[in-house]
Design a protein around this ligand. Structure first.
Ligand code: C2O
Ligand code: CU
Ligand code: CU
Length: 517
């Protein structure tokens, strides 16, 4: 179907977006029809509640978890992880209509946000839609994202970080024909892997914010790495090629991912799906909220073990020894993440295609604000991390937070919390990385610029950025400015943008922006 030809009338709440009068490169062509006329492919009940799980030997660990039950549609669309607090994995196709009934069996208000999905405001999980304990919320939307790994997690006011921490998160994997034609590793050779860090006490209970105020200011950092909810994670794999889909689902930890033996990593996808072509990195820098997909060939490695690790880096200077609590390990601490134990021969390995997908490139000269990027200054004020001097307000949208539906814009995130630039505010000179996330869109990274004096830590992480494809979250390093090209192309409404360091988000490093017709 031709780009821009459809009339977008899909919305659960009767809101009718205007005719789509622009190219729509984020999404593969879908049949744009009113939501009510699309058959429901999948209807799922998700109950957010409390339970206990055997994560370690000995006492079970109290966790929060989404329990799923398929009401309608193929059970193969929902995959659960046994003995994991992580929510189910949705596997859907572009164009499908999905209904989810969220039931809140938690002691606190909650709501689900579908991170990376292009859906109407009412479906996006803004904290103003949070439901009280005992209540339910009905989601109903069409999947228009291209193939990729998206995810979902709570987004209730000032409670996102603890709710994710205690276990609430799941994956939403979309496939499409472009991807299917590539013959990438599939089925048992397609492994979604969620990386998180936690602290457990001697009763095997999760400990949150053990260092009090400092944890909230810096962000929670644990000492135990879990993959799909399991510590000391190990997987038996076959001697074949695999697709590893990695999500950094941690509250604030940044990983410097590598194979322990120095084998380069082959990256095939980022937040918004496949790259145009595979890229190779010695290591990958993965910040909270970001996804990256790897293609790896174990076919010549029967009997051996590959380890995915997080390499050491210097860490950020958070004001001189203030990480004194001693309950957590700082950013930059090295970790083993996952052991892959290679067994007998599996499926024949198909060569990885040199071309993976088509990505329509946004051009800076097409942006409506090409001469005057919309800038967002990230800085510390008092004890708070702010965006343009403000913290989150539930209903307010500032004048510089209004955009027009259909416009392509340059957004610039400027992180003044650098060490070398003399930008320390007040008594503290914090070096804080901020993974910035925009709801309701996928964007492209236009460029990065570093203020002098911040090179040391930057150079330890920057060759691990994968900026080539569609993104919804981008790490903005201390002293750095990152420009992104973003088109507000699908739905009008009020959406969020925020730091995906979840403690920063809960402390107010989040704002509304409004897409107007
Ligand atoms: Cu994954 Cu508003 O966040
Ligand atoms: Cu999001
Ligand atoms: Cu932040």
């Amino acid at each position: 179907m031709g780009m821009g030809a459809g009339t977008l009338t899909l919305s659960a709440c009767g809101l009718i977006p205007p005719a789509s009068r622009f190219a729509n490169p984020t999404t593969a062509p879908v049949i744009l029809t009113p939501l009510a006329s699309i058959p429901v492919s999948l209807a799922v009940d998700l109950t957010a509640g409390r339970t206990t799980l055997p994560i370690f030997s000995g006492a079970e660990t109290p966790v929060w978890r989404y329990q799923s039950a398929v009401r309608e549609g193929g059970a193969e669309s929902i995959q659960t992880l046994s003995n994991s607090y992580l929510g189910p994995i949705f596997r859907v196709k572009i164009g499908q209509r999905v209904q989810v009934r969220l039931k809140n069996d938690l002691p606190d208000p909650t709501i689900i946000h579908w991170h990376g999905l292009l859906i109407p405001e009412e479906m996006d999980g803004h904290p103003r839609y949070a439901i009280a304990p005992g209540e339910s919320f009905e989601y109903d939307f069409q999947v228009i994202n291209r193939a990729g790994m998206y995810w979902f997690h709570p987004h209730s006011h000032q409670l996102t970080a603890p709710q994710v921490y205690y276990g609430l998160a799941g994956l939403f994997i979309v496939s499409d024909d472009e991807e299917a034609a590539l013959g990438l590793p599939a089925g048992e050779y397609d492994l979604p892997l969620v990386i998180q860090d936690r602290i457990f006490d001697s009763q095997n209970e999760m400990v949150y914010l053990a260092n009090g105020m400092m944890d909230s200011m810096i962000g929670f950092l644990g000492d135990t790495i879990l993959v799909n909810g399991a510590p000391n994670a190990a997987l038996d794999v076959k001697a074949s090629a695999y697709r590893l889909r990695l999500l950094n689902g941690s509250n604030s930890r940044i990983y410097k991912l590598a194979w322990q033996d120095g084998t380069p990593l082959t990256v095939i996808a980022t937040d918004g799906g496949l790259l145009e072509a595979p890229v190779t990195r010695g290591y990958i820098t993965l910040a909270p909220g970001e996804r990256v997909e790897l293609w790896v060939d174990f076919s010549e490695r029967t009997g051996s073990e590959m380890r995915l690790v997080s390499l050491p880096f210097s860490g950020f200077d958070n004001g001189g020894g203030m990480m004194g609590g001693g309950f957590s390990l700082p950013n930059g601490a090295p970790f083993d993440i996952l052991r892959l134990i290679v067994g007998e021969k599996g499926a024949d390995v198909l060569p990885l295609p040199a071309k993976l997908s088509n990505i329509a490139r946004h051009r800076a000269e097409d942006a409506v604000n090409r001469n005057n990027p919309r800038s967002f200054t990230l800085a510390m004020q008092g004890m708070a991390h702010t965006i343009n001097g403000s913290v989150f307000e539930m209903d307010s949208v500032a004048r510089n937070e209004i955009v027009q539906l259909g416009d392509l814009e340059i957004w610039e995130f400027a992180n003044l919390e650098g060490g070398g630039g003399g930008m320390g505010m007040g008594m503290m000179n914090m070096q804080m990385p901020h993974p910035m996330h925009i709801h309701g869109v996928q964007f492209q990274i236009l460029g990065r610029e570093l203020a002098q004096g911040n090179e040391l830590i930057y150079q330890e992480l920057s060759s691990g950025f994968v900026d080539d494809g569609w993104k919804d979250t981008v790490l903005v390093m201390p002293g750095e400015k990152v420009q992104v090209l973003v088109r507000f192309e699908n739905y009008a409404g009020t959406f969020l943008y925020h730091c995906h360091n979840l403690e920063h988000e809960d402390a107010g490093m989040m704002r509304n922006y409004k897409i107007e017709i």
